[in-house]
Design a protein around this ligand. Structure first.
Ligand code: GLP
Length: 324
């Protein structure tokens, strides 16, 4: 890899010129999606830019149906974990972000089967869940803590409980709880792969429309629409759905090395079109993935109902080898 290194000597360039120079370079290279890092070495400001970093476009992997989408996503996640465990960083845990909802259930089943058969180990995997309702205790059957244990963690043969991280919805200090969560993610060096699902309004985690695309983990108010949609799990009573939740931010998700979002069913088709074909917009918070350098949408045919024919054909063509 070739690096371009610029040394701005403290004594030869005055501060205004140095700041302008550094800032301009940062803006240009960030806009181009290239990696950049700056640090101070003694009195030298050093800017290192990787000018050869390969850019990756957002992938859209279209599968025939829900079960094939889940199988593809589980195979992808398993390959990433196995490659990490066989690589030079094997000592460091693989850090996996996880969602709730009906979309990932099939993926969890596939991952459990791989784990039980001995194909995939979770012994050195650390997980961070996306979100949790505020005010629901662990034992509440609609808490995301309960969902994750019931649908996933309790079935894995070698998942360590101390490696499971889920926001505490019963905290009386939401701000502190969210700050602690961000710090813990950072302590592992960030998330390797964040799997997510989206709401019908394109929300990612509980980042409802018009949440900042740079948001971090925090307290969120749920929209009436989301409470109505999620009321199917609360006896069809939207008022029974908690009005607030703790959620990772869009910035928390997009800081991950890779993001894999599942989109299934015709009720997600509008959101899918907005996310894939629309502009980057806080109205559809999932659209922030367009700015990510390692984002994948795994979807089924039904979710493609609102895509234009040429977009649909483009992704079928470019992903025709079904590679992981
Ligand atoms: C909830 C969760 C989201 C999830 C969404 C979609 O709102 N907070 O993280 O992606 O539901 O759920 P489903 O997959 O059931 O459509």
């Amino acid at each position: 890899m070739a690096y371009l290194t610029i040394l701005l000597q403290e004594y030869k360039i005055n501060k205004i010129a140095r700041d302008w120079f550094t800032d301009t370079f940062f803006r240009c290279y960030t806009a181009c999606g290239l990696e950049r890092k700056s640090f101070l070495l003694g009195k030298q400001a050093i800017l290192v830019m990787n000018i050869n970093k390969k850019e990756k476009a957002m992938r859209v992997v279209i599968q025939d149906d829900y079960s094939k989408m889940c199988k593809w996503a589980a195979d992808y996640i398993a390959e990433k974990i196995k490659a990490h465990q066989a690589g030079p960083e094997a000592e460091r845990p693989f850090v996996l972000g996880l969602p709730t909802g009906s979309s990932p259930i099939g993926v969890y089943k596939e991952l459990i089967a791989k784990n039980k058969s001995g194909e995939l180990s979770f012994s050195n995997v650390v997980t961070f869940n996306m979100d949790e309702y505020l005010g629901l205790p662990h034992e509440h059957d609609q808490s995301y803590w309960y969902f994750m244990h019931d649908n996933f963690f309790d079935h894995l043969v070698d998942m360590k409980p101390e490696n499971i991280n889920i926001l505490n919805g019963m905290t009386d200090d939401p701000e502190g709880e969210c700050a602690r969560y961000e710090e813990k993610i950072a302590s592992y060096g960030g998330i390797d792969l964040f799997m997510g699902g989206i709401g019908v309004d394109g929300h990612l985690a509980f980042n409802e429309p018009f949440t900042s695309l740079t948001s971090r983990t925090g307290l969120r108010d749920l929209t009436t629409d989301t409470r109505i949609v999620n009321s199917r799990f609360f006896g069809n009573d939207p008022d029974a759905v908690p009005a607030q939740a703790l959620s990772v931010g869009i910035g928390t998700v997009t800081d991950s090395k890779e993001v894999l979002v599942l989109i299934s069913g015709h009720n997600k088709a509008r959101a899918m079109a907005a996310v894939v074909e629309g502009g980057v917009s806080q109205k559809w918070t999932c659209s922030a993935l367009q700015m990510h350098n390692g984002a994948i949408i795994a979807c089924d045919e039904e979710a493609c109902g609102e895509l234009t024919v040429d977009t649909y054909k483009y992704f079928l063509d470019i992903e025709r080898d079904q590679r992981l």
